[in-house]
Design a protein around this ligand. Structure first.
Ligand code: FRU
Length: 328
């Protein structure tokens, strides 16, 4: 072969090899490999898929959590969040987590209904290399990437202190509990009992209303029929406090007692305080925005703390106009 011909062939083959490499590179970028180990890579053009398993959307607080997640994710075109709603069914939520693992999502956010049954599917997601952010309610053990939530024990304790002070250290209290197989219910209960310890406050009626307003209303009807003197109702969430208020109102007794709740959504608990329905509510932030900030760090290969604790605020009629007061 003549020299110029040889040279042309060389140029051609180098060119083809470069083109091949380029095409291979192009083909790779959009394919959404889900390996969590490639976190630090965050290749340009890749869209990361986040699976969000929500335990239910029955309460406004959970609708708000999903909205907060969606709003935060919208700021990042390289994130796509797929939501699943388990409709308060633990088995369905377990199945949802498994489905996200089979679909090889890049990261999971789980707000579990109950601690024990969701622990194992989340552990299996971790085994599959999918990082998991647990939001609001805890699991058992520590096999997850990061837990984000407010300190429920502290909120329960602050509620107990506030109630003790407001009632002058004595009185009859009804406690309407959140689902006691979920950790916020357990912590809001134990914190509250510590907060009223040593006082003459008697918890005359205690029932698990499972976070649900209709259940709270029903439980309160039986408390009202059994006890002629009730000074205050402490409910583990605002829907529960509102359900209790409606029961007392139907019995013509709502003015005899005070109502205290937790969540403090602007359109729910805070509005109830402004309207004089609740005497106090404690903020329980959804953590939705923080979950997305944390997800971005994990996907970029950064180390994040295993526990992120969010703050809370107390709202009463005296401070509601000023936006409440931070819990120390
Ligand atoms: C909503 C809710 C909130 C509560 C939280 C506790 O399902 O019941 O009202 O603060 O869950 O996990």
């Amino acid at each position: 072969m003549h020299r110029p011909q040889k040279f042309m062939l060389l140029v051609l083959s180098v060119g083809l090899a470069a083109l091949g490499g380029f095409l291979a590179g192009c083909g790779k970028a959009p394919s959404s490999s889900s390996s969590a180990d490639e976190g630090s890579a965050r290749p340009a053009g890749k869209v990361f898929v986040i699976g969000m398993s929500q335990c239910n959307l029955g309460e406004p607080w959970r609708v708000q959590m999903n909205a907060d997640i969606a709003a935060a994710a919208r700021q990042h075109p390289d994130l796509k969040v797929v939501f699943k709603d388990a409709q308060n069914d633990t088995l369905q939520q377990r199945a949802h987590v498994e489905e996200f693992v089979s679909a090889k999502v890049d990261l999971l956010i789980v707000s579990p209904k109950e601690a024990a049954p969701l622990t194992e599917p989340v552990a299996r997601a971790m085994d599959a290399g999918i990082p998991v952010i647990v939001l609001d309610r805890r699991l058992l053990g520590d096999k997850f990437t990061c837990f984000i939530g407010a300190d429920n024990k502290k909120i329960g304790h602050a509620a107990g202190e506030w109630i003790k002070q407001t009632l002058g250290g004595k009185g009859n209290v009804v406690e309407l509990e959140g689902l006691m197989t979920s950790t916020p219910g357990q912590d809001r209960h134990s914190g509250f009992r510590e907060g009223i310890a040593g006082s003459q406050i008697n918890v005359i009626f205690e029932a698990d209303m499972k976070w649900l307003e209709p259940d709270a209303r029903k439980e309160m009807e039986s408390a009202l029929s059994r006890f002629p003197k009730i000074d205050l109702v402490y409910a583990h969430n605002d829907p529960g406090a509102h359900g209790a208020y409606l029961a007392a109102q139907a019995a013509g007794r709502e003015k005899e007692m005070k109502f205290v709740g937790i969540d403090a959504l602007p359109q729910e608990g805070v509005a109830y305080v402004s309207q004089g329905i609740l005497s106090a509510t404690f903020q329980y932030p959804t953590g939705g925005a923080e979950a997305i900030t944390t997800a971005l760090k994990i996907l970029a290969g950064e180390k994040v703390p295993q526990e992120i604790t969010l703050g809370s605020r107390l709202f009463t009629k005296d401070n509601v106009a000023q936006g409440g007061q931070a819990l120390n």
